[in-house]
Design a protein around this ligand. Structure first.
Ligand SMILES: Cc1cc2nc3c(=O)[nH]c(=O)nc-3n(C[C@H](O)[C@H](O)[C@H](O)COP(=O)(O)O)c2cc1C
Length: 192
């Protein structure tokens, strides 16, 4: 295949079929922290297109702050039931308000409320305090639609490098590396 983003989409579609995972679209996104260490965490992959891979989060979170300082990121997925690993390297840019709004509307009301109540990545003296805050917020906003907080949105990762690994029991994994060069994807194979 000439377009690795199409290949990514096809692998992801396959991964969603018969996945034993509850969180079927979880992928690991790595940023670079202020000391230069990689900082990795799972997020929900929302969509993939030629523009890139999208995830949603708080813009004011640790990852949001890190991306605002250095937008070089990695996205990694391992889909065990089909034996595929994908490694994406690229640059993250913030979603437009219109796109963020679109994803906000796909969230359940309870997820929207939780998003309002939490300040992602901030310290909290006792996590059990949040349950009460959720109940309070729910009660005082019973009838109204829950608006998207200004610090919630998402990022699109525009890949410059994508590696596909097909796992083999004999460890002779197949590794296909696509590198973007002058707007064109070059393909090479790597030894396992
Ligand atoms: C399966 C799974 C999916 C997650 N999806 C998201 C997500 O889509 N967005 C998000 O902000 N955090 C998500 N989280 C929580 C993140 O892993 C992380 O704890 C949070 O975003 C804070 O990261 P940060 O402090 O590095 O910004 C998810 C966690 C798990 C385990």
């Amino acid at each position: 295949m000439n377009n690795p983003i199409e290949q990514f989409s096809q692998w992801w579609e396959q991964a969603l079929i018969d996945s034993p995972l509850k969180q079927k679209s979880a992928v690991c996104v790595s940023t670079i922290d202020q000391e230069g260490f990689p900082a990795a965490r799972f997020v929900d992959l929302k969509s993939v297109s030629n523009e890139g891979m999208v995830f949603c989060t708080y813009l004011s979170s640790q990852k949001g702050i890190e991306i605002s300082k250095c937008n070089k990121v990695a996205l990694t997925a391992w889909w065990d039931h089909i034996g595929y690993q994908v490694r994406v390297t690229g640059c993250a840019t913030r979603l437009s308000d219109i796109d963020a709004e679109k994803y906000w509307k796909t969230r359940t009301r309870s997820a929207q409320i939780t998003t309002h109540v939490c300040e992602q990545s901030q310290l909290i003296a006792n996590p059990s305090m949040l349950g009460g805050k959720v109940a309070e917020y729910t009660q005082s906003n019973e009838a109204e639609p829950i608006e998207r907080p200004v610090n919630w949105g998402g990022y699109r990762i525009k890949p410059i490098r994508i590696e596909f690994l097909t796992f083999k029991e004999d460890r002779l994994h197949i590794r296909e590396l696509y590198t973007l060069c002058n707007e064109k994807w070059n393909r090479a194979y790597l030894q396992p």
